[in-house]
Ligand binder design. Structure first.
Ligand SMILES: [Zn+2]
Length: 448
């Protein structure tokens, strides 16, 4: 408590209190919202709909493009209720975006939508995806992909590239054999590593760790030159997000032992990964590339909640050596959303509402945003996690679902806070702009 309410904070709180008192003598917030919430909500939503969105995380893509992600869904994974194919909201999305004339996705109906999208893909050019963003008032969108696609306009879609593959350069037979999910994920990581080696004209793994490190550093620099604006770890799907800090000599010995063959022990592989992870963080800091982490529940029946808990990253994001590295913990840490907002307390840590924004309905997203806004409103961003679920329900419909959910949820959260006397409607709109656009624009725009 003493740490939090240090002299500076007390002074700041005192100043804030006197400003608030000057504005309104009876301005203490009330615990109950009033009957005016629906009218405040309608007024705010009208304004919030006009705010252009900066989308912190999406997989803008046609469904048959294998570059959409560095991993794939494992077979027979369980799905949350809202993402079931029978969710009527997806029909509403298709009607709103394309004038879809049917009320379900029966195969003979879905064909209408699939044909339309296939025709857009065949036509080529960047106009189609720009038009989807325009319809939803999304100005800029980060596209998390293996490579940027020719059909995405680089002015609107900024590339976030994957780096987990650098953690898996050795014989991965034991990794693959761990469970069905890893059997799907790891061969794809090997493919991405091959892709990067080809790109950097590296025909075989370098003979020593120094060579491997420079391959890693070069790839990041080259991808940034091609338009990359951030790096992304999906590591929570493959291992614990707790990264130790082994000395270089240990990693050097492990690399020497396995680079030309042989299956590493679990401990050796993990030590090597812990080291290379830090090379990646260090290089991202040098290049001023923000570092994205999947930090939430994940798909697949073997995803470990404990290993994926974003609190595992605390030793990294609060490490003074990385104080200039920008960490973006995407998906809000869901379900650990309250832990997550406190993870963003350091100046260089951010989060977004991607994924969870379409896992839960807007009424629950409202509750999460209300808490986040009350704590660190300058650290939260919108993210769609737009992704194609099948040939009919595509990234287009998930862009729609995520953006409608976020606009309505943030309007509702702010309407309650205004009604409770927390702040004015004017301040509410400023906070909405920060969440939907300004925080992300500032984060990615502030290049040296
Ligand atoms: Zn995603």
């Amino acid at each position: 408590m003493t740490g939090l309410l240090g002299a500076g904070r007390v002074l700041l709180l005192g100043t804030l209190a006197s400003i608030l008192c000057a504005a309104n003598a009876s301005a203490q917030a009330k615990p109950l919202a009033g009957a005016d919430v629906p009218t405040i909500y309608e007024r705010l939503l009208k304004q919030i709909d006009r705010i252009p969105i900066y989308d912190n995380h999406s997989h803008a893509t046609f469904p048959d493009d294998s570059d959409m992600d560095a991993m794939a869904a494992p077979p027979d994974e369980s799905s949350v209720l809202r993402l079931s194919e029978t969710n009527p909201e997806f029909v509403a999305a298709a009607k709103s975006l394309f004038g879809y004339p049917y009320d379900d996705f029966k195969p003979e109906h879905a064909k209408w939508l699939i044909d339309k999208k296939k025709a857009a893909e065949a036509a080529g050019g960047t106009a189609y995806w720009d038009s989807i963003l325009d319809k939803l008032n999304i100005e800029t969108c980060l596209a998390n992909r293996v490579a940027l696609a020719p059909y995405l306009d680089p002015k609107r879609f900024h590339w976030v590239f994957f780096v987990d593959s650098f953690l898996f350069p050795f014989d991965n037979h034991e990794q693959v054999a761990k469970n069905g999910d890893m059997g799907v994920y790891i061969p794809l990581q090997e493919k991405v590593l091959q892709h990067y080696m080809k790109q950097e004209s590296v025909s075989a793994l370098p003979v020593d760790l120094a060579g491997y490190e420079s391959f890693v550093r070069q790839t990041l620099a080259y991808n940034q030159k091609k338009g990359g604006v951030a790096i992304k770890f999906e590591a929570a799907y493959f291992r614990s997000l707790f990264f130790r800090d082994p000395p270089r000599e240990k990693a050097e010995a492990i690399y020497a032992k396995y680079h030309a063959g042989g299956v590493p022990t679990e401990e050796d592989y993990r030590t090597f990964q812990d080291y290379v992870f830090r090379v990646l963080i260090d290089q991202a800091g040098k290049l001023n590339l923000p570092v994205h982490f999947h930090s939430a529940v994940g798909i697949g029946d073997f995803f470990s909640l404990r290993n994926g808990n974003p609190l595992n990253l605390e030793n990294v994001v609060r490490d003074p050596r990385y104080s200039r590295v920008k960490f973006v913990l995407i998906h809000g840490g869901y379900p650990y959303t309250l832990d997550m907002i406190w993870m963003t307390a350091p100046k260089n840590v951010y989060t977004d509402s991607s994924l969870m924004g379409y896992y839960v309905y807007p009424s629950e997203l409202k509750n999460i945003l209300k808490q986040w806004i009350s704590l660190f409103p300058e650290k939260i961003m919108f993210g769609s996690d737009a992704f194609p679920f099948n040939d009919a329900v595509g990234a287009e419909e998930t862009f729609w679902l995520a953006s409608r959910s976020a606009r309505t949820a943030v309007a509702a959260a702010l309407a309650e806070l205004v009604s409770e006397g927390a702040f004015s409607e004017e301040k509410a709109l400023e906070l909405a702009r920060m969440y939907l656009h300004d925080n992300a624009a500032k984060l990615y725009g502030a290049k040296p």
